[in-house]
Design a protein around this ligand. Sequence first.
Ligand code: FAD
Ligand code: 2HG
Ligand code: ZN
Length: 560
Amino acid sequence: MVEGGALGQVNRLREASGEIEWSEAALELTRHMSKTNIRLSDYFSTQLHTHRNYSLIIDQISVLIISSLLQCNFRRCFGSAATVIERNTSFSTLNSDDVSYFKELLGEKSVVEDEDVLLTANTDWMRKYKGSSKLLLQPKTTHEVSQILKYCNSRCLPVVPQGGNTGLVGGSVPVFDEVIINMGSMNNIISLDKVSGILVCEAGCILENLISFLDNHGFIMPLDLGAKGSCQIGGNVSTNAGGLRLVRYGSLHGTVLGLEAVLANGDVIDMLGTLRKDNTGYDLKHLFIGSEGSLGIVTKVSILTPPKLSSVNLAFLACEDYFSCQKLLVEAKRRLGDILSAFEFLDNQSMDLVLNHLEGARNPLPSSMHNFYVLIETTGSDESYDKEKLEAFLLSSMEGGLISDGVLAQDINQASSFWRIREGVPEALMKAGAVYKYDLSIPVEKMYDLVDEMRIRMGQTAKVIAYGHLGDSNLHLNISAPQYDDKILAQIEPYVYEWTSEHKGSISAEHGLGLMKANKIFYSKSPETVQVMGSIKKLLDPNGILNPYKVLPQSLSSYH
Ligand code: FAD
Ligand code: 2HG
Ligand code: ZN
């Protein structure tokens, strides 16, 4: 494995949107250089001395890059520090007998080899990570998932479980040629207990469809996020997604009552309980909540859904400094406690980005730009009492100088347009160019210090955009630049991770580790903890076929 900044020399010459796949030639070159302790940077600077004509060097590198498209053995992705990953040599390569087996098992239609479909499924939402899988499977039942995994395990064929492919850490797409198991065809709602509000459904149900279904029956999903139109409940559970309402309803570790999962060897583990209380031994479902498809494929979920309440209010507020946002949060928790259902924030750079890049976005407080914006949502059962309570809170916050301006949504359309601003930041960032994403848990009082420090570090080279789930101490720190550049990356990493670790934060609050942060886990977890995780992985997936190269550091993965 070759690691670090040496490869950055070549990387700067990449195509703007892609990633480099190294050819045998490049592989040989890097192997030779690592054996002889030559770093690429040294190699190229030597070459620069000998060749006066720089274009000769460019030509040399271009040959490597072009030939790299022939065969991928090494992979490097953008938006995270240079890590070159070698394909696990113990994995087999897909052959025509494998494809025939899957066609027999699933039927022709559920075995996809179409290049356009594969291109989409191989590429993540941010278009930063791109695999080269040649096969996508669409199982319709748990039995089919079980048979697929049993077969893949016996053949040592690696797989990637895929939901809506909205993940933001490169976990949902192959790194090399892993078979994609897309869960979208397992999208049946199995039952809703209208007394307890317990919903049981298949993993491939799209979150927004579940939200609508529950709405029709007088319930709500305990989680909501900007990607709801595409993400699936199985993906949500596998990433332990947080989202906009965690402050009120808690994490999926609390609301998921049970699940069914298929292990790497095809065994189906039925933990699909619907009980609120069950202390019979280890609660194994928690292993699958947030393990990002590295321990098993989630096929069914049972989840506790709260009743839909009649009165929902949303305020869009302006604060002049971060300290006021913080104080506002403390006051909101104290004074709105029982009805508070969201407390989100964005800074003026985020607002600016949304207004410039998101079609139809309008500033709800247009008279002037403010330094910070906060969305406070309340959900309760008594319309006049809730509104009165919120209005009294807003009035006193205004008098106390915590809020400098604000507006209450007058109807559902206005509320949606306010939410569109907050939920639209990731989309606006994508439209603005290259983006380096950090999803951090940091104590609220320290959170914005990092943003200020990053602005000083980045200077004019990139924009620092900060927003997130303030109510949960979750900062989304995004660095936006016209294009990816290793120099920018070197200004960000490892600084952001070190800072977060020093302040006892987490380097992944809600998005997971995926490929992007698999090797960064030690910033947030002790070596002993990671060692136990490695043992669990080995126990449940001894051949390492489930979502390889993700979540755990390479040093611990079973393929080494
Ligand atoms: P995918 O992206 O397909 O997969 C994510 C991971 O889960 C991968 O490792 C994959 O292998 C694994 N996986 C998927 N399905 C299964 C399964 N059935 N069994 C086992 N493993 C599986 N995240 C938040 O936490 N909070 C937010 O507020 C939020 N907002 C977002 C807004 C936008 C605009 C976007 C693009 C993303 C956002 N995300 C957010 C990230 C993402 O939407 C979540 O991580 C989501 O839960 C992923 O669901 P998915 O179905 O798209 O999973
Ligand atoms: C959100 O809260 C998502 O909008 C995405 O978690 C965060 O894009 C991001 O950094
Ligand atoms: Zn988020």
